[in-house]
Design a binder for this molecule. Structure first.
Ligand SMILES: Nc1ncnc2c1ncn2[C@@H]1O[C@H](COP(=O)(O)OP(=O)(O)OP(=O)(O)O)[C@@H](O)[C@H]1O
Ligand SMILES: [Mg+2]
Length: 172
């Protein structure tokens, strides 16, 4: 299993991380967004969609429809299951109503979708509120399909820390 923790230290930083992540996605990828209300799931999804060629202004939490489908470089399915109380409430949905193999699927409040998943490449994103403008993002996957994504984000992250450390050492 691969795991990486990133600081989302500002809205700008969240936007940059989400776009970097988007650049390393592929059709069939499923991203599960975990975290409490206001932790930043939809905010991250908007920037991620922008990185996938979707107009960010059309990205809104599909609270009543359960799934929004956006055209972009690939179709993006944006699912939000917050209002569900039990997994049976998804019984009227087929897998292809909720998950796209031709594009990227993003799921907020995903616990009731887990029944629909087996061997797909799943990336878990856990959002935590640190302070008003700071969030912590943990990325976890058991799928090797995200290896390049992890490598890219790890490299970015360590070069960012090196720059920050040398700046603080130089007193800047
Ligand atoms: N660094 C940051 N990253 C993301 N969001 C931030 C950050 N700093 C502040 N915020 C604010 O936190 C709020 C996050 O709300 P958002 O709707 O994205 O949360 P959510 O996890 O989707 O919540 P819900 O479960 O209610 O849908 C937004 O108002 C956003 O502007
Ligand atoms: Mg949301």
């Amino acid at each position: 299993m691969r795991k990486l923790i990133l600081d989302l230290s500002s809205l700008e930083n969240t936007d940059a991380v989400a776009r970097k992540l988007a650049a390393n996605l592929f059709p069939g990828a499923i991203l599960l967004f975990w975290g409490s209300m206001g932790a930043g799931k939809t905010t991250f999804a908007k920037s991620l969609c922008a990185g996938l060629g979707v107009l960010p202004e059309i990205v809104t939490s599909p609270t009543y429809t359960l799934v929004n489908i956006y055209p972009g470089d690939w179709p993006v399915f944006h699912v939000d299951l917050y209002r569900l109380n039990a997994p049976e409430e998804l019984d009227d949905f087929d897998r292809e109503d909720l998950i796209t193999d031709e594009g990227v699927t993003l799921v907020e409040w995903p616990q009731f979708l887990l029944n629909y998943l087996s061997d797909e490449p799943v990336l878990n994103l856990g959002f935590e509120t640190v302070s008003e403008h700071q969030r912590r993002l943990s990325l976890e996957s058991e799928s090797g399909d995200f290896d390049i994504l992890f490598k890219t984000l790890e490299q970015e992250n360590s070069s960012l820390h090196k720059t920050a450390n040398s700046l603080s050492r130089s007193g800047a």
